[in-house]
Design a protein around this ligand. Structure first.
Ligand code: NAP
Ligand code: MG
Length: 505
């Protein structure tokens, strides 16, 4: 079994005292690799290395093009290792190989994008025109890195989440300490080995595995950390924001969702049925922007649900590494219990269970954490299963009478991450999309994100955006520069307000 080490200051080191623990495969419960458990002292060492690399190292002062070259080298090496990374990710997270293969492909492409974007974040001055200033001057802004970034990521897209944090932080000249989720540390720890081959100055990238409560809290409160970037649950996001306030760190949060999926009366069912399954059950529903509240026209409801459930029941559960598998296990035994508790809650709240609703443990599924794809109808939006993020293969279906009611239900949520509308009339779909209070809306599609397009949440789904120029900007401070061109004392009459020109002459 492979044993990993922490990556601190450009060196691989054991956790203080040699503490480590295995990470497990949720398909069969077997240990896959030994992962170090960072202590507070290890996390402090990682922060110190990142601080030193930012304050005294070459990285922040390098040109964007120079940084971009190293980041693109990382992307190339990730591309060479795509198959291995996908396999490790499937073993550690239970994601099907189709999903983790797509993740590994997208992760290297996204890293390349961040490398390319780095060239544009080159302290190029941006002149401000039409300034209302007295006298003559030249005024411009530059974007500079914030400093030391700490990033904390979840277990659903471990490799991609690592890239979404490393890429923009590094591309804009910051240094970083990255902490993966304890359930799925493997791909980030493997990524550290790849990072080490690329020529980053020591301390620019630090990757440490360890418990979120302890290490996360240190990263969130430490005075030498300038920014915290978090992806995870809304509950932990709120805790991080509160703790970061002590040092007024910059904070970006990508949190939970309960995304509404509105099928309009004229939708093309050929794509809307498969699309709604894709929206809700991809990666066993463990996706932050999953379409977990399906809103159907009342008169089409029964037919739509009937056709959807027939398809859903035909999807094979099994070994994530078997290409035939469509539904893998959820990430852990404790997460399985959480999801099953929500299913029980749905039953007692009075929703109608139309499929699934229990663990699948027949035959070779016996040692895995499988939940049958579950659909509830007769859900009302005030039920707990409609309001809270379940983060598993559980879909809530609701009926609506007209579009206004659909939009009202859609927006009646503390979350605002994703949303979707299905219609053959694009203008009509766009009108509905315009009324949805969410950071992303898909029309006749779901889950497609692109590195050029900002992603993030309205309301309690988050703060800030990832991807695109907006995403890069989240990792920069703006410096305003005023350069005098008036030159002589006579040309600066505003000093007279305090100092007369003939004072003490
Ligand atoms: P989580 O429990 O919030 O954990 C996320 C990360 O935070 C993990 O690395 C965890 O470490 C760490 N953590 C836990 N407690 C902490 C604390 N008190 N202070 C600092 N860090 C702490 O979330 P999860 O269950 O892993 O992931 C699922 C959630 O992520 C869902 O709510 C989902 O919607 C959200 N998500 C959002 C997006 C998005 O872009 N909006 C994307 C993916 C996932 P340990 O693992 O060691 O506990
Ligand atoms: Mg695991």
């Amino acid at each position: 079994m492979d044993t990993y080490q922490l990556y601190i200051g450009g060196k691989f080191v054991d956790a203080e005292g040699g503490e480590s623990k295995p990470t497990f495969n949720p398909w069969n419960g077997e240990a896959i690799a030994n992962i170090p458990v960072a202590s507070i002292a290890d996390a402090e060492a990682a922060i110190a290395a990142a601080r030193d690399a930012f304050d005294n190292g070459p990285w922040p002062a390098m040109t964007g093009a120079e940084r971009g070259e190293i980041i693109c080298a990382l992307s190339s090496k990730m591309k060479e290792r795509m198959k291995d990374l996908a396999r490790l990710e499937s073993l550690d997270s239970g994601g099907t190989i189709a999903k983790t293969g797509a993740d590994a492909f997208l992760a290297q492409r996204q890293m390349n994008y961040f490398g390319t974007m780095a060239e544009k974040f080159n302290s190029e001055p941006k002149e401000i025109e039409g300034m209302s200033r007295p006298g003559r001057s030249y005024n411009y802004t530059i974007r500079e890195p914030i400093g030391v970034c700490a990033s904390i990521i979840p277990w659903n897209f471990p490799l991609m989440m690592a890239v979404w944090k490393l890429g923009p932080a590094l591309g804009t000249g910051n240094t970083i300490v990255l902490k993966p989720a304890s359930d799925t540390p493997l791909s980030a720890m493997e990524l550290a080995r790849i990072v080490d081959e690329c020529g980053f100055p020591p301390g620019v990238v630090n990757i440490i595995s360890g418990p979120g409560g302890k290490i996360g809290e240190l990263l969130t409160t430490h005075p030498d950390v300038d920014k915290i970037a978090f992806t995870g649950s809304t509950e932990v996001g709120k805790d991080i924001m509160a703790k970061a306030s002590g040092t007024l760190k910059k904070v970006t949060l990508e949190c939970g969702g309960k995304s509404p999926n509105i099928v309009l009366h004229d939708a093309d069912w050929d794509i809307a049925i498969d699309g709604s399954i894709f929206a809700s059950f991809y990666h066993q529903g463990q996706v932050c922007e999953s379409g977990t509240r399906l809103l159907l026209p009342a008169d089409q409801h029964d037919d739509f649900v009937g056709q959807m459930v027939a398809k859903l029941n035909s999807l094979p559960l099994g070994d994530p590494l078997d290409p035939a598998t469509k539904i893998g296990p959820v990430v852990s035994g404790s997460h399985m219990s959480t999801v099953l508790d929500y299913i029980e809650k749905g039953k007692t709240e009075g929703a109608t269970l139309v499929c699934g609703g229990e663990r699948a443990a027949d035959g070779d599924l016996a040692n895995g954490y499988f939940i049958k794809p579950t659909v509830f109808t007769d859900v009302t939006n005030d039920m707990v299963i409609a309001q809270e993020e379940i983060f598993g293969p559980v879909l809530c279906v609701m009926k609506y009478q007209d579009e206004d009611e659909a939009v009202k239900i859609a927006n009646d949520s503390i979350f605002g991450l994703g949303g979707g509308v299905w219609s053959e009339d694009i203008d009509r779909a766009r009108a509905v999309a315009g009324k949805m209070r969410t950071g992303t809306v898909w029309i006749n599609d779901w889950h497609l994100l692109s590195e050029q397009m900002p992603f993030g949440g309205y309301k309690q789904s988050g703060i800030g955006r990832e991807f695109g120029e907006e995403g890069m900007n989240e990792y920069t401070e703006v410096k305003a520069l005023h350069v005098d061109d008036a030159k002589t004392r006579e040309n600066k009459p505003w000093y007279d307000m305090l100092v007369p020109q003939d004072a003490a002459e």
